[in-house]
Design a protein around this ligand. Structure first.
Ligand SMILES: *[C@@H]1O[C@H](CO)[C@@H](O)[C@H](O)[C@H]1NC(C)=O
Ligand SMILES: [Zn+2]
Ligand SMILES: [Zn+2]
Length: 315
């Protein structure tokens, strides 16, 4: 090793980019900002037997949050004595968990700069993920990480299943056989017996554009016997994927139509939270009765893409 990137020697191991190190080409280094900071060949790495060499994990450990053991990532705020706490824990605290002093809001720019040179392990490392990432790429990776556990999205069911994103559809098909799948962009959710007392869920799966969408109509009974309906669509996919779609729910009756359009929830969001916030099609029993037909309610569901599909642009 004659002339190499010092940081590369320390951090290429977790990302697997080890072999090209002796002929280091800054633009290829996974930590791309190094290209600007250290032009090729400016650093001569001469290992000294006495000097302690901090490994990447030594450095990453300096960023550990004392409360949740996740990493404190930029923007990094410190207390007056210099202790760090992560941005998730910070709003829940009234004083510094290390020294009990005031939390303050002092930026630690030096640690933020150091953070650019450290590769942080994925938060699912304990579940088997071996990837380490620049802090700016950590959130995107973790959203898609194959080791990230997902819960069963089936509403109302007390299913305790957890698994990977790819296993959700097979799980729903094998363990929740009562959920029908319809293959089309336009379908109708047939809710039978909407007058059944108590809380009821009607669930359907819609397959189109190469994705699966979960359609849920929920009836909840308020304390005073007032009944409310909530209808919503969830993509079995990530937030990024969900942003490409719009769903439309329509109640269609004689001279009446009730429409709701929105971006589908992603698998990372919770249907019950959206229902609590009324961020879905909400209507009460009086409205349902304007559209029902002998106790059955039809909801037209249309899924469309927000952006023209590549094939549309060509035509
Ligand atoms: C609603 O769905 C029904 C059944 O597929 C269809 O006949 C009707 O045209 C749809 N209505 C609208 C407004 O899309
Ligand atoms: Zn924390
Ligand atoms: Zn991961």
């Amino acid at each position: 090793v004659r002339s190499v990137c010092l940081v590369c020697v320390c951090v290429c191991v977790p990302c697997g980019w080890l072999a090209p190190c002796p002929g280091f080409v800054p633009a290829l280094c996974p930590i791309r900002h190094m290209a600007a900071a250290l032009p090729m060949g400016t650093l001569k790495y001469i290992p000294s037997p006495k000097a302690p060499v901090a490994t990447n994990s030594d450095l990453a450990n300096l960023f550990e949050c004392p409360v949740c053991f996740d990493f404190v990532l930029p923007p990094i705020l410190q207390c007056r004595s210099g202790h760090l706490v992560c941005s998730n824990c910070r709003p829940k605290l009234t004083c510094c968990p290390t020294c009990r002093g005031p939390l303050g809001s002092i930026r630690n720019l030096a640690m933020e700069k150091v953070a650019h040179f450290v590769m942080f392990p994925c938060r699912y490392a304990l579940l088997g993920c071996k990837v380490a990432l620049a802090h700016s790429e950590k959130v995107d990776h973790e959203e898609l990480c194959e080791f990230r556990p997902y819960s069963c999205p089936c509403p109302g069911a007390s299913c305790k299943w957890q698994g990977s994103l790819d296993d959700i559809i097979p799980h729903l098909m094998h363990k929740h056989k009562s959920i029908t799948t319809l293959q089309a962009e336009d379908i109708v959710l047939l809710a039978r017996d909407i007058n059944l007392p108590g809380a009821v869920n009607w669930v359907l799966m819609q397959a189109c554009f190469g994705f699966h969408f979960l359609l849920v109509l929920k009836k909840l009974e308020k304390f005073d016997g007032h009944q409310q309906f909530f209808a919503i669509v969830q993509l079995i996919g990530t937030r990024k994927q969900a942003k490409n779609f719009i769903y439309r729910l329509q109640l269609i009756g004689h001279c009446r139509r009730l429409t709701w359009e929105a971006t589908p929830l992603s698998i990372h969001e919770d249907i019950s939270v959206a229902v609590m916030n009324s961020d879905c099609l909400v209507f009460d029993m009086n409205i349902a009765q304007l559209f029902e037909d002998s106790g059955n309610l039809d909801i037209n569901v249309t899924i469309s893409t927000c952006h023209p599909m590549p094939s549309d642009q060509e035509g």
